[in-house]
Ligand binder design. Structure first.
Ligand SMILES: NC(=O)c1ccc[n+]([C@@H]2O[C@H](COP(=O)([O-])OP(=O)(O)OC[C@H]3O[C@@H](n4cnc5c(N)ncnc54)[C@H](OP(=O)(O)O)[C@@H]3O)[C@@H](O)[C@H]2O)c1
Length: 230
């Protein structure tokens, strides 16, 4: 049975991806910081081990790795958990450095630390790493300097990892706008009901995972069936 680790699976894209994979028979190890939300989100799914915790906590990451080693294989790591930073987002000249460090800890250092911990089983399975990115990694939106630069660092880390590890598939995945808590934090007080539900981006991510195109950066909007079948 293929096995995946998905971080930040209690809501949004992580939850939708967990449901999509579990429905196709994948075995999952998932996390999020709030245990009740995580348990509720995974209720009714078979083959899911939910380990509440913070991806920036090395002890929690070691527990995730121990669970993978107990399962005996890992085909997919989805680094999805993310921190926006302050809301509303401050411009760079006034960005609080302690908050910026927390953004980088969650969005850059924790994903790499998990990759380092799980590289062995991922390599053994010729597996897939998905680092969830954002258009803020490539577009210079005023106010998005903290989160956006962290996602840009994650993109470059993904690209270099792909060059170093040709036996793996390494993807930076840009889901596009989604109607989620993180998106509402980014646009406080704004009506975001016109944004698509995360299930659409999860379906695109599934096409990426199963199609296994070459390593690279992919946008959900471009992941039609033809785009990944070549
Ligand atoms: N929404 C958008 O429009 C949009 C656009 C572009 C990219 N993205 C990216 O898509 C991904 C998913 O975002 P989303 O909008 O689906 O977010 P979301 O709905 O706010 O969900 C975030 C998930 O991550 C968990 N989480 C946050 N910090 C964590 C931590 N330190 N350790 C463990 N779990 C943590 C949250 O649960 P707890 O709070 O309980 O930990 C929750 O399960 C992120 O990488 C985001 O940057 C989103």
């Amino acid at each position: 049975m293929p096995t995946a680790v998905i971080t930040g699976a209690s809501m949004g894209l992580g939850r939708a991806t967990a449901h999509a994979l579990a429905g196709r028979g994948w075995s999952l190890v998932v996390d999020a910081r709030r245990p009740d939300l995580l348990a509720g989100a995974m209720r009714g799914l078979a083959g899911v081990t939910a380990l509440p915790g913070d991806v920036t906590d090395p002890v929690h990451r070691a527990r995730l790795a121990a669970e993978v080693h107990r399962a005996g294989r890992l085909d997919l790591l989805v680094n999805n958990a993310s921190r926006l930073g302050p809301s509303p987002q401050p411009e760079l000249p006034g960005y609080p450095m302690d908050e910026l460090i927390r953004v980088y800890e969650t969005n850059v250092f924790a994903p790499l630390a998990l990759i380092q911990l799980l590289a062995g089983p991922l390599t053994a399975a010729a597996g897939t790493i998905v680092n969830v990115s954002s258009d803020a990694a490539t577009e210079a939106y005023p106010g998005w300097g903290g989160y956006g630069s962290a996602k840009a660092a994650l993109d470059q880390l993904t690209a270099i990892l792909a060059a170093e590890q040709p036996s793996l598939r390494c993807y930076a995945f840009d889901p596009g706008d989604m109607r989620t808590d993180l998106h509402q934090q980014a646009f406080p007080g704004e009506d975001i009901s016109d944004r698509p539900e995360p299930a659409a981006a999860a379906a695109a991510l599934l096409r990426l995972i199963t199609g296994r195109p070459p390593s690279g950066r992919y946008r959900a909007a471009d992941l039609g069936a033809a785009a990944v079948s070549s």
